[in-house]
Design a protein around this ligand. Sequence first.
Ligand code: B1M
Length: 225
Amino acid sequence: MSEDLSGIPTDELIQNMHDDLYDGVVDGVAAGTNELLRRGLTPSEVMNQALVGGMDIVGVDFRDGILFVPEVLMAAKAMKSGMEILRPLLANTGAEQIGTMIIGTVKGDIHDIGKNLVAMMMEGAGFKVVNLGINCDADKFLEAYREHQPEILGMSALLTTTMPYMDTVIKRFKEEGLRDKVIVLVGGAPLNAAFAEEIEADAYCRDAAVAVETAKKLIAIRRGH
Ligand code: B1M
């Protein structure tokens, strides 16, 4: 999709980007992202409609055994090319710094697209974000807590087999006497509010926008306003 995109209707362009994401065409996704921004779509609209929408289709065919890991990795690479273009736009809203968040994908799990999206949106909302990456064990979260003294600890898990590790992290924070000092937000496709409650996280966040809202709300409550 390196041709002139200006004549393609927006709906069709988004559809083409879904196809390019599905096929792992990095340049096509990057070019489409730039073109949608040029047309005046907001960075969030481009992210949700073109990128997340495309990855949802990949997810369905991955689940159904139509796509396999190598193809999904290519799709992830294409998605990241679009996210890189959006990152500075989402992260530079000039918002006043509200607080600090550490965030990581838990041990055993290497999915990082959603977690990175949450990190970007939190930065855009005025948080300092320390992104700990993937496969984070409890020690890594604890070390980062001690170094950065964040108000928010965010954890992401995309696998039903790794989500229980969030409980391990929270228990370690309790053992170290640190649990009450930090707001714990959790997210990822297999989670829900009941799970968050069960492991005594402060909240489950369905998506990045909810993570931002919830973080702001819980910080305000904690600060007493
Ligand atoms: Co994987 N994978 N994957 N995968 N993969 C899933 C998660 C799966 C649902 C696919 C499926 O079967 N339909 C399935 C899990 C099934 C289950 O456990 N119930 C699965 C599987 C099985 C696997 C492997 C085991 C496959 C294998 O090897 N046989 C393997 C595991 C590797 C491991 O982690 N140890 C694996 C590997 C991979 C790739 C490496 C190929 C690649 C990851 C690349 C990368 O991330 N760099 C990959 C991908 C891309 C997916 C799917 C297709 C897409 C995930 C994604 O990026 N979505 C996924 C299918 C799906 O989820 N529908 C799938 C887009 C992203 C924007 O959404 O991550 O949900 P999401 O994030 C959202 C919210 O969930 C929330 O906000 C985000 C933005 O709105 N959120 C948070 C997420 N984290 C948050 C943290 C917060 C708050 C909100 O903190 C406060």
